[in-house]
Design a protein around this ligand. Structure first.
Ligand code: ZN
Length: 417
């Protein structure tokens, strides 16, 4: 393996400590709920240009892509720049958009999930601008949108419509500086029962869709106690999260009842297996219920509708895979024996990159899952520096670990330029 610029990268990362704090503060100060990311994307663009990235573009959906290098081997770093809402403001000791840095942390909505990752990516770009990239390597820095509302949608768009097909993806969601290589998936399922309306004064003349649904709900509840446990990714789960009914008036028998299920998928479970499992329930058959996966179709901040099924596959990249190994070696170079391998409890854009497209994907990010979506949202400043060093070092470790294939005339360069 060639000499790795470990000490140079660590030195430049610690020199960038104040800068990375400022990047994160600037990102937090701009509220960016899913579907409202326009201003934060602009801010990311300003920061990317500030650290010397010359090639920066915003795609039609609204993702921002900064490009370093021009080699055929493409390493993409992804940070979704949208956040969830703030909830009860009174619960926040430090207000969500004040972006206060103190006691070794930066506080505010999105600090953990996951503007910290974006701040560290920008620090890494600044470092790579100073030391350069291994030959033959391109690094993409992607600020993606709408993840909190529909994880992976942005990457379905990037791969299917924009034809960005990286060789590797690194998600910068919080991992507490562990190398994560998988997560449970999820699918949303709707079950509908159809009855026949009648005057509520003569219920026997109609068929009550709510009553048709009652045994179905009980069956789903029972199913929840029998879910598969993968041992590594954890248990599948199912929960009824909404129930609605429709009747011509409150004095009429409902002719429609619909329930919504949140189904978390563990290894080996898919959209198909979970639909089949629900459709096979005797109670569902008896009620002649319709079972389906709804679509997600909200517009992006650019007004673009990209419709996807609400299916987010579980994924695990084998721990022996060269990307996982490169991630662990990178972490070991920076943290010594503290390097750890893990998985997420929550969901990420890996559902698309690894789960749908099979693009080798890992995660490494500042802060911890436990702060995500809470009024205690925060990111340790030390993590920002270490993650910045990790993202700058990984291309070098990866290049040393996975030799570039010899150039062949028949294979066209995958470089998008
Ligand atoms: Zn996230």
């Amino acid at each position: 393996m060639p000499d790795m610029p470990v000490s140079k990268i660590m030195e430049l990362a610690s020199k960038g400590r104040d800068d990375v704090v400022r990047y994160l503060q600037q990102l937090i100060a701009v509220p960016s709920m899913s579907g409202q990311e326009e201003e934060v994307i602009e801010r990311v663009g300003v920061l990317m240009r500030e650290v010397g990235i010359r090639q920066v573009r915003v795609d039609r959906l609204g993702n921002i892509i900064g490009v370093l290098g021009k080699g055929p081997r493409i390493l993409a770093f992804d940070a979704h720049v949208d956040t969830v809402d703030v909830g009860d403001l009174d619960a926040w000791e430090i207000k969500p958009f004040e972006a206060v840095a103190k006691d070794g942390f930066v506080f505010g909505r999105g600090a953990a999930d996951q503007k910290g990752g974006m701040a560290s990516m920008i620090l890494a770009a600044s470092i790579l601008g100073q030391i350069g990239l291994p030959e033959g390597m391109t690094v993409l820095l992607v600020g993606s949108v709408m993840e909190e509302d529909s994880d992976g949608l942005c990457w379905q768009y990037l791969v299917n419509e924009e034809r960005y097909i990286p060789s590797w993806v690194v998600l910068t969601e919080p991992t507490n500086l562990a190398v994560n290589h998988g997560q449970r998936g999820r699918v949303e399922i709707e079950i509908a029962t159809m009855g026949r309306s009648a005057h509520a004064a003569s219920p026997e003349q109609g068929t009550n869709a709510v009553y048709l649904m009652t045994p179905v709900i009980n069956a789903v509840r029972k199913l929840g106690s029998k879910m598969k446990d993968d041992g590594y990714l954890g248990k599948g789960t199912v929960a009824v999260t909404e129930i609605i009914s429709r009747a011509p008036s409150l004095c009429a028998i409902p002719d429609l009842c619909r329930i919504h299920l949140d189904r978390r998928l563990t290894a080996g479970e898919t959209d198909k297996t979970s639909l089949d499992e629900i459709r096979a329930l005797p109670e569902v058959r008896a009620a002649n219920a319709e079972v389906s996966i709804p679509d997600y179709s909200k517009p992006s901040y650019r007004g673009y509708h990209y419709m996807v099924k609400k299916y987010y596959p579980a994924w695990v990249l084998d721990r022996d895979h060269s990307l996982v190994q490169a991630g662990l070696r990178t972490a070991e170079s920076l943290q010594g024996s503290a390097a750890r391998l893990g998985t997420w409890n929550f969901s990420t854009n890996g559902v698309a990159t690894q789960g749908m497209f099979g693009i080798p994907t890992i995660g490494f990010g500042p802060s911890e899952e436990k702060y995500a979506h809470t009024p205690d949202d925060r990111c340790p400043i030390d993590h920002l520096v270490t993650a910045g060093a990790f993202y700058a070092l990984l291309p070098w470790i990866l290049d040393g670990l996975v030799p570039a294939p010899p150039p062949t005339e028949s294979v066209e360069s995958a470089d998008r330029g």
